[in-house]
Design a protein around this ligand. Structure first.
Ligand SMILES: Nc1ncnc2c1ncn2[C@@H]1O[C@H](COP(=O)(O)OP(=O)(O)O)[C@@H](O)[C@H]1O
Ligand SMILES: [Mg+2]
Length: 252
């Protein structure tokens, strides 16, 4: 059984001006351990899909199961618990608390999970070390670069040891060099066993995933596998000789 199983997944918004079908009968399986890029133009349903998979929203129709659990059967509390235990979120704008230092920001999901203070601090520092910020735990967001802030957000997503990382345009606010660093971190986490689903409209970002699912008008219009390009530059060209990739810019 796949980690994520969507069947006929549909989300309709009812507005005064009429109905908006944000997601239209989507069938999608995502296997544990995969690294998937979700692409598509603005308004094609990417964030809607992420919000449903992340249990932040409920479908209008169809079914969604996560790690073998049918989400329709869960009440709001059970859904929140599933989200907190199994899923880590990363957003384009980092969403860090400005007055809290990196360690305190990384601790937040454990606060909601009722973890004691000592364990919270230890796990937050472990997660910061995992993202390469062991020496920045007392820095506040303003004292960190954009890439470092996104690393804190990734540490925060990791502290409850989730099965799944959901990232909605995680490199959208970063320059291309920093974006590559963040993609290299996602690839490292993926090699360590994490399932990663990231939304992007940028083909350069999607090259680093093993599978690319394309949306348009709330439907899947493409689903391909590829040899992911290595974001750390160890294999520029994604396993293919450069001549076979004329569309690809040379990495800095
Ligand atoms: N809360 C909402 N109310 C009404 N329409 C919405 C809402 N959220 C999203 N939509 C609409 O659903 C469609 C898909 O949106 P979204 O999933 O955010 O697209 P994407 O992330 O691909 O840009 C768009 O047409 C959008 O306007
Ligand atoms: Mg979006």
């Amino acid at each position: 059984m796949a980690l994520i199983e969507a069947r006929g997944l549909t989300r309709i918004h009812h507005l005064d001006s009429g109905r908006v079908v944000a997601l239209d009968h989507v069938d999608l399986d995502i296997e544990a351990g995969d690294m998937v890029a979700v692409m598509g133009p603005s308004g094609s349903g990417k964030s809607t899909l992420m919000n449903l998979i992340g249990c932040l929203d409920r479908p209008s129709g169809g079914s969604l199961s996560l790690d073998g659990m049918a989400t329709a059967d869960l009440d709001a509390n059970a859904l929140a618990a599933l989200r907190n235990r199994k899923i880590g979120f990363v957003f384009q704008q980092f969403n860090l608390l400005p007055r809290a230092d990196a360690a305190t920001n990384a601790e937040l999901p454990m606060l909601y999970a009722g973890v004691d203070a000592r364990t919270r601090r230890r796990r937050a520092l472990d997660a910061l070390a995992r993202v390469g910020l062991a020496d920045r735990s007392h820095h506040r967001p303003m004292q960190l670069s954009g890439g470092q802030q996104q690393r804190v957000a990734i540490a925060r997503a990791l502290v409850n040891d989730p099965r799944l990382l959901l990232a909605d345009e995680p490199t959208g606010a970063l320059d291309s060099r920093t974006a590559l660093d963040i993609l290299a971190l996602f690839q490292q986490l993926n090699r360590d066993g994490m399932t990663v689903v990231l939304v992007t409209h940028d083909p350069e970002v999607a090259r680093h995933a093993a599978r690319v699912v394309r949306f348009r008008d709330g439907r899947i219009v493409g689903d391909t596998r590829q040899v992911p390009a290595a974001a750390d530059g160890s294999d520029p060209g994604g396993g293919l000789p450069p001549m076979a990739r004329p569309e690809t810019a040379v990495l800095p």
